[in-house]
Every structure is written in structure tokens, then in C-alpha cells.
Design a protein around this ligand. Structure first.
Ligand SMILES: *Cc1c(COP(=O)(O)O)cnc(C)c1O
Length: 356
């Protein structure tokens, strides 16, 4: 069986050696040695201003919305994973969808201003598939209209834009360390922000605790455990190799996909990408379903990332996003992980060719 991705597992003895530190300390969560070490290593590796490790990649979005005090409408992208929209609704705000670029698949910054009303408090956009939004244009719009900016950068581990980590843009950026993501801690995630926002974010992720008996603000529990941190510390030394192997796989896919009637995404200029996904866009949904069925018949399971277009979720007011709806109905991610073989890629592309 070939799935859309395969979790990278570090040698088990290396994971266990790191875990031993937590055993020796007799400490499983609440800022043990391992979570501190992971944060320090990641800060260094990613070159970010600040990081708070969390228990998944969804809670940092919700915490950012809550801790920034956002209310009313939040302008967002319809082309992302459901967590981007659900976090807005969960926090009692209203998502206002702005359509996407047909090539980059990120929010179309030229359409943002028309969607701003007196109720708008922020922009929450996704660097989808690790492809950065037009962060400069969005920053300008946000400044002009006094809006906060949050980036769902769940796919962006290691992505750099104009020479620095893409996590450094916006008021807050978030990442997911879910087992299906490029760098993972089983379940996990992180929040990145400017140093002046750190305390607010930190208290909100730890139930508002400021010491054992003092509560500074409303909070929730989003702490990363020592078990998760140990996995992160065991995976991190392999990340460069993981990216390199994914790059080789993507390069090979390209040589075969070029001959097929498929489109791929265009990366924004000045981006150092991480090869996190290999999405292909079909002429239409019928073609996509034909190919998907043919692949599934031989136990190959690509995924429809991202479908449906989020403006069509049952719990939001449907916006008019024709580009996102068209892309969402005709895009699929092909299997990709560090170590996928050329022969697997060849098989996948051969089946696409004969069933398209
Ligand atoms: C994976 C993902 C998330 C959520 O991350 P979890 O760690 O699964 O909670 C949020 N946004 C996007 C775009 C994602 O792909």
C-alpha cells in the first residue's frame, strides 16, 4: 500500500535514549527538560525570534485569535485545511473568505481591501503547501487598516522567504508537527511571535497560570509533553536529509509529470521551499476522480488536499470564491515522503497517464 505520505520514524534506540532524560527527571510535562531543549534547538535551527511548542497545530491558531483579542470578522483563505476556518469559528469570530491566486494558491492580496468592513479585526492566511503569501502586501494592508495578521504556516517547516524564516512574518505564525507533516512530534505544533507578544501567548497556552496559585488571564491547555518533545528531538537531526530526499522525489516527479496534462503550483519568487507536498491540478474533477479511482485499485492512496473549498463548509456563510472552488475540486496531492522510490513514482505516473 502507498499512502499520500509516510511518517519519518527515527531509530527507536535514539528516541529511547532521549526519553531516558525524562524518565531520569521523573517529569512528563509542564516544561520539563525536553520541551525546553526542543524549543531552544528549533529556535536555533529555524532562526526565529521566539517559539512556544504546543500540543498540536490547531490550538496555536485559536490561542492567537484569543490572545490578540480578535472579534468580529477575520479575512481568510478558502483554500487550506479545515483548521484554518474552524479556529476562527471556534473563537466566535466570522470568517470572511477572499479568493485565491490561480497559480500560487495563496490568498489573493489584491482582493483583500474590498472585503474589509468596520467589523474586520484581522487577516488569517495560509502559506499553503509551504508557498508564502504576499507577506509584504498583506503587511501594508494590515497597517493601513489597523488589522492583526496571523499566518497558518502549518506546512512551512524550514521554509525561508527573502533570506529569513517565513515564521517571522505577521504578528503570529503557527506550525503543525503532526505525524503527516515534514517535521513531526507525533501530534504537536508551535506558535511563533514577536517577543512582546510572547507572555500573552504563553499564559493563554498554560491555562492562564502565572505560578501555581495565580491566574493572569483566561487560558487553555496546549502544552507540549516530554514524550512529544523527545520525538521532535529525535527527528530534528534528520530534517536536512528528509528535505533533500523529498527534493529528489519532487524533481523526479517533475520529469514525468511534465509530459502529462497536469498543472502544478507556482512558487513565489525568493522562496526557499521545503518540498512538503506534491500537488497536481487536473483539467477538471472528473479527470481527478478517474485517476484517483485507478490508483486506489492498486492500493495507492493520494489525498484531495484541500477539498472542499472552505467557504463551502456547512457552518460558514458561503462566500463567492470561484477560483478556490475550481482548484479545490481538481487538485490532489501525490504520494511523497523522504525515501519514496523512483520505481513507486514511475508506477504512479504511469497509472495517471493511462487513466487521465
Ligand atoms: C495540519 C494543519 C493544521 C492543523 O494541525 P494539527 O497539528 O493537525 O492540529 C492547520 N492548518 C493547516 C493548513 C494544516 O495543514
Amino acid at each position: 500500500m502507498i499512502n499520500v505520505t509516510k511518517t519519518f520514524l527515527p531509530p527507536q534506540n535514539e528516541y529511547q535514549a532521549i526519553l531516558k532524560e525524562a524518565w531520569d527527571a521523573g517529569w512528563m510535562t509542564n516544561r520539563g527538560v525536553l520541551v525546553k531543549e526542543l524549543e531552544a534547538r528549533l529556535k536555533d535551527y529555524l532562526e526565529v525570534q521566539d517559539i512556544i511548542a504546543m500540543t498540536n497545530g490547531t490550538l496555536p491558531l485559536q490561542i492567537a485569535i484569543k490572545a490578540l483579542g480578535l472579534q468580529g470578522e477575520i479575512i481568510t483563505t478558502p483554500f487550506s485545511y479545515v483548521a484554518t476556518t474552524s479556529s476562527i469559528v471556534w473563537e466566535g469570530c466570522t470568517p470572511v473568505f477572499v479568493d485565491i491566486h490561480s497559480e500560487y494558491l495563496t490568498i489573493d492580496e489584491t482582493k483583500i481591501e474590498a472585503a474589509i468592513t468596520a467589523e474586520t479585526s484581522a487577516i488569517l492566511a495560509t502559506h499553503v503547501f509551504g508557498n508564502p503569501c504576499d507577506v509584504e502586501a498583506i503587511e501594508q494592508i494590515a497597517k493601513k487598516h489597523h488589522l492583526k495578521v496571523i499566518y497558518d504556516a502549518a506546512h512551512c517547516f524550514g521554509v525561508r522567504y527573502k533570506g529569513q524564516s517565513v515564521f517571522n512574518y505577521g504578528d503570529v505564525s503557527t506550525c503543525s508537527f503532526h505525524a503527516t507533516k515534514l517535521f513531526h512530534t507525533g501530534e504537536g505544533g508551535a506558535l511563533f511571535c514577536k517577543p512582546e507578544l510572547r507572555d500573552e501567548m504563553y499564559y493563554h497556552h498554560n491555562l492562564g497560570h502565572d505560578g501555581p496559585d495565580v491566574f493572569r488571564s483566561l487560558g487553555i491547555n496546549a502544552k507540549m509533553s516530554e514524550l512529544q518533545s523527545a520525538m521532535g528531538l529525535a527527528v530534528l537531526p534528520y530534517v536536512d536529509t528528509i528535505v533533500q530526499q523529498r527534493r529528489e522525489a519532487v524533481d523526479y516527479y517533475k520529469t514525468l509529470v511534465d509530459a502529462l496534462p497536469l498543472k502544478t503550483i507556482e512558487l513565489r519568487e525568493h522562496t526557499q521551499w521545503n518540498y512538503s507536498y506534491y500537488p497536481v491540478i487536473f483539467k477538471n474533477e472528473i479527470k481527478l476522480l478517474q485517476v484517483k479511482m485507478a490508483l486506489e485499485q492498486v492500493d495507492i492512496y493520494p489525498r484531495r488536499y484541500f477539498y472542499p473549498s472552505l467557504n463551502q463548509l456547512p457552518y460558514v456563510k458561503d462566500g463567492n470564491c470561484p477560483i478556490s472552488e475550481t482548484v479545490a475540486s481538481s487538485i490532489m496531492c501525490l504520494p511523497l515522503w523522504a525515501g519514496i522510490t523512483k520505481s513507486d513514482i514511475k508506477t504512479i505516473c504511469k497509472i495517471i497517464k493511462t487513466s487521465i
